[in-house]
Design a protein around this ligand. Structure first.
Ligand code: NAG
Ligand code: NAG
Ligand code: NAG
Ligand code: NAG
Ligand code: FE2
Length: 426
């Protein structure tokens, strides 16, 4: 054989043997279909056969693919395709999941048999109430405090895992853009370290996200290819899903949302279509930036033009389609509103005549909480909290929802309210 070809073959072989296909950042996500979970994971190199194995019994991944009791799913892989970002994002979907069942799974590459550990999670009643999910925004890597705030949020969620169905992270993920040099391109080291620290949560509970202003790198391609949310098109950052008789709609405050934009049309169509078919169903919307907040900080100021325009764009629409709850982060504090419309209290928690707003950018991050409140507005209710923590929302049934805010400091509930499903037009 030609010496050059021999050397080439040897090098190619060594290349394959050295390919680093160890799976990292294992994450679950809900899809459009209630009996499916998507799994995503990161590899440094690109494998030829990204695969997912899962079963209702634990198994050895090496032999798992050959066992009849283990499902093997062929995944797909994409590179980030952006300067300064290396590595590959792999994804595959578990189908036909049953409620109230424990599953074991492993991801990796079939060809080279490089598998992750075997993870396990238990499904809950994804078509029924009651169900409960955790929510926070603005959680990053390297939070302030001796022990780093985000560790407490994550361990608080893991502790309650057996009663939770999924997690919402309402934007500002990782804070991989804080240095001047990384505002545009982000910092993959920080991003990846963050995805490592959330794995104890993201590998056992579906981790649902929306983009924040700290997630903009390369037109959000890094964000989108990391989380693979159930969008209609791969290039979109807005989506909806149904869970336990609640319709969830998520959109991006970091993309064009003004009338005539494709996002605006999508949101309106989404709310309208759902409401026409489900006049009495719970409708929960989440995105990064709040409409109602009362911190002494630019976005929340009465005269902040962008916020006023944001409110003008969506408040009437949310009212028209009877959106029960709007959840946002951006502000690194916790506060909640009474049902409110056009700045005025509208009804009560027992008989709401407008959406209730929760601001919960309390996951913990390098920037820390914001200090200083405005005089409490009329719509403000419950405590206004400076510190870190997270919320849990328990959808008890078709008419009652229970919200708790858990403060990280003592890992206990420091604020609660009960909301009755409202009909704004009755
Ligand atoms: C299931 O996963 C948890 C961690 O989430 C682990 O502690 C436990 O040992 C696992 N169970 C089995 C049977 O593998
Ligand atoms: C916080 O989490 C990181 C990542 O898991 C870990 O390395 C660090 O030791 C934790 N800090 C504390 C104080 O637990
Ligand atoms: C990215 O973050 C890592 C870890 O904090 C740091 O060492 C590195 O200098 C950062 N890169 C840039 C371009 O700022
Ligand atoms: C929903 O749960 C609340 C609180 O437990 C209860 O008062 C109410 O009657 C329930 N409603 C329905 C329709 O089951
Ligand atoms: Fe933000």
């Amino acid at each position: 054989m030609d010496r050059k070809i021999t050397i080439f073959i040897i090098l190619a072989f060594v290349g394959i043997a050295l390919a680093d296909l160890d799976p990292h950042h294992v994450k679950l996500a809900l899809t459009k279909q209630t009996d499916q979970y998507r799994v995503t994971w990161f590899t440094n190199d690109q494998g030829s056969s990204p695969s997912l194995l899962y079963s209702t019994n634990t198994f050895q991944p090496q032999s798992g693919a050959g066992s009849a009791a283990v499902f093997g799913v062929q995944g797909s892989v994409e590179s980030f395709d952006t300067p300064h970002w290396n590595g590959h994002s792999n994804t595959a979907v578990m189908e036909g999941l049953s409620e109230w069942t424990t599953y074991y799974y492993s991801v990796g590459d079939k060809e080279t048999a490089s598998w992750s550990q075997v993870f396990n999670f238990s499904t809950r009643g994804f078509t029924q109430t009651p169900f409960k999910f955790a929510v926070y925004g603005d959680m990053g890597h390297g939070g302030v405090g001796i022990d780093r705030d985000e560790n407490y949020t994550l361990s608080g969620v893991v502790q309650r895992e057996s009663e939770l169905d999924f997690v919402l992270h309402v934007g500002d993920i990782a804070y991989a853009d804080l240095k001047l040099s990384t505002i545009i391109q982000g910092n993959e080291t920080v991003w990846n370290e963050f995805l490592d620290i959330i794995q104890p949560v993201s590998s056992i509970l579906p981790y649902m996200t929306c983009p924040g202003n700290h997630d903009i790198f390369y037109d959000f391609t890094v964000y989108r290819k990391t989380f693979f949310m159930p969008t209609d098109k791969p290039t979109q950052s807005w989506y909806s899903f149904d869970y336990g008789q609640v319709h969830f709609v998520s959109f991006s405050t970091e993309h064009d949302y003004f009338p005539l934009s494709s996002q605006y049309n999508w949101i309106e169509n989404e709310l309208k279509t759902y409401r026409e078919k489900n006049p009495n169903g719970w409708l929960v919307v989440y995105a990064h930036r709040p409409m109602y907040c009362s911190v002494k900080w630019k976005w929340c100021k009465n005269k902040h033009e962008s916020r006023k325009l944001f409110v003008k764009t969506f408040e009437k629409m949310f009212f028209r389609y009877n959106v029960d709850l709007y959840i946002a982060g951006h502000v690194h504090n916790y506060e909640r509103s009474l049902p409110v419309y056009k700045g005025e209290v509208a009804g009560s928690y027992e008989n709401p005549k407008g959406p209730v707003h929760i601001t919960i950018g309390t996951g913990g991050n390098k920037e820390g909480p914001l200090h200083g409140w405005q005089e409490a507005p009329e719509w403000s209710e419950g405590i206004r909290f400076i510190g870190t923590g997270f919320g849990t929302i328990n959808i008890l049934n078709s008419t009652t929802l229970q919200f708790d805010f858990i403060g990280n400091e003592k890992n206990d509930v420091i604020d609660s309210f009960t909301l009755t499903k409202g009909d704004f037009f009755e």
